[in-house]
Design a binder for this molecule. Sequence first.
Ligand SMILES: CC(=O)N[C@H]1[C@@H](OP(=O)(O)OP(=O)(O)OC[C@H]2O[C@@H](n3ccc(=O)[nH]c3=O)[C@H](O)[C@@H]2O)O[C@H](CO)[C@@H](O)[C@@H]1O[C@H](C)C(=O)N[C@@H](C)C(=O)N[C@H](CCC(=O)O)C(=O)O
Ligand SMILES: Nc1ncnc2c1ncn2[C@@H]1O[C@H](COP(=O)(O)OP(=O)(O)OP(=O)(O)O)[C@@H](O)[C@H]1O
Ligand SMILES: N[C@H](CCC[C@H](N)C(=O)O)C(=O)O
Ligand SMILES: [Mg+2]
Length: 499
Amino acid sequence: MAKTCADLFEGFNCTILGNPSEEVSGIAYRSNRVQPGDAFFCIVGLAVDGHSFAQDAIDRGAKVLIVERKLYLADATDVTEVVVADSRKALAYAAAQFYDNPSRAFSLVGVTGTNGKTTTTYLVEHIARMAGKKTGVIGTVGTTIGDVHEKSEHTTPESSDLQHLFARMRDAKCDCVAMEVSSHALDLCRTWDTRFSVTAFTNLTQDHLDYHHTFEAYFEAKALLFSHDYPARRVICIDDKWGAELNRRCTEAGDMVVTTGFDESAAIHPVKVDYGVARTDVVLSVRGEETAFSYPLVGRFNVSNIMTAFGVGLMLGIPAADIAKSLEDASPVPGRLERVRTPHDGGVSVYVDYAHTPDALEKALGSIMALGHGRTIVVFGCGGNRDAGKRPLMGKKALAADYAIVTSDNPRHENPDAIIADIVAGMGDSQDKYEIVPDRRSAIRRAIELADANTSVLIAGKGHEDYQLVGDEVLSFDDRVVAREELERRFVGAAAEAN
Ligand SMILES: CC(=O)N[C@H]1[C@@H](OP(=O)(O)OP(=O)(O)OC[C@H]2O[C@@H](n3ccc(=O)[nH]c3=O)[C@H](O)[C@@H]2O)O[C@H](CO)[C@@H](O)[C@@H]1O[C@H](C)C(=O)N[C@@H](C)C(=O)N[C@H](CCC(=O)O)C(=O)O
Ligand SMILES: Nc1ncnc2c1ncn2[C@@H]1O[C@H](COP(=O)(O)OP(=O)(O)OP(=O)(O)O)[C@@H](O)[C@H]1O
Ligand SMILES: N[C@H](CCC[C@H](N)C(=O)O)C(=O)O
Ligand SMILES: [Mg+2]
């Protein structure tokens, strides 16, 4: 049923100047995407003020403007203005009304934390699907509705895009949706007026300080995901002090909390772990009961993700035995410690991973080195126009490898050489342990040239990405494809020469 302006803002503190019965045919926050009959939300952004695009939106047919200050555009007397205190909250609220509060139609799981969100949402989706539910996933790798996958622009979409996605998931009869909730999204109200059934916290380590400035502000943004909803079901990894603090707050607020962690004080903790090259065997203590199973992911950090997903499964009402059974054949997550396979690899073990923070790089390297392939070479860079403080820290972490090749990630609008200089500033006087190869393909080629059958190569930072962002250009680039090509170039070439 068509919605009026008054319908969208029922229960929301605002002043409607004009016609409350004006019908709204769509929601827009980007002027160049306005369709006739839309309501256009003027958002004061970090880069520009959306109010300055109001006239453009009207010219494209917007009938309602949502503003933080009255505009009274002279030749737009038939346009209704809705004055609100915060257009971002208004956008989230009105979009939820427009699509009839779709997040209430299914169990929605929100996962936040610096690292492990994508992995955990994939695991939760798998557990829910094996329990017979129709599922959806929203996150960095894209959106999945049932079995249909789409790419996405953000890890957590803008609020109105998110509500639209929820509506599509509701219409597709999804019972359970697992989504990543980034700290940007929480701070920018993208999930405002979304109802979560369960929220989960993985960890907090350095990232995004370009945006949040301090760890405390970064943590408080994450903590917003744990400050509302009823009944409040939380799964919190208490391995770092931030998780412990969140647990304290949620417990004090009377929330239902399942804690996870390596320490035996956590409600879910490992009793025994055997790390294999392709699978991991664990015995977990789950609220005092031991559960043994094996799953096809590697690395110590994935034990954390498995435990968090296990906790979410319990909160969704799925029996522990069913969760354990389903994890036996969990699907690996694209671009997370993904082994690059080709018949001609010369015995070199190449892994592509999405580690783009100091902690993730340390964990990914540690996991690969623990697999005992011998020598480890890491190829990595850092993204441009993102937290520069993490660059030297990642440089330092990379020294745990036997050798590092420092290269470009997504330079965006920064000079790649300047990003690399920031990275190597953290590598002290260890020049014999690294070299700089700015072009990413050449860096991967160099690592493979240096490798032999006792070497593993970790290509970190871009994981599932099939592009490289250079200035405004989106170049085609996939670490997995390039690594395969470079393995073949070396080993098929070598075999041909030997014949
Ligand atoms: C820091 C951040 O997240 N910024 C987001 C924010 O931008 P902003 O508030 O600065 O918007 P702005 O560019 O100043 O524009 C203000 C308003 O004017 C509008 N506008 C602007 C220009 C125009 O011609 N017409 C027009 O209507 C804009 O649509 C906007 O409503 O709102 C915009 C609209 O939704 C987003 O596109 C933009 O994401 C930028 C591009 C971005 O790169 N975000 C990244 C950092 C991000 O969100 N990452 C997280 C993942 C992090 C993780 O890995 O954990 C994510 O969830 O993806
Ligand atoms: N629980 C964890 N603790 C530390 N590092 C992890 C953990 N899980 C994954 N990682 C590392 O972080 C990388 C990214 O993992 P994942 O994509 O699951 O995290 P994310 O939180 O979704 O990241 P993003 O912020 O980019 O969306 C992995 O490739 C791995 O190197
Ligand atoms: N979601 C992360 C992705 C970083 C991936 C890395 N390849 C880069 O471009 O910095 C971010 O927005 O910071
Ligand atoms: Mg992610």
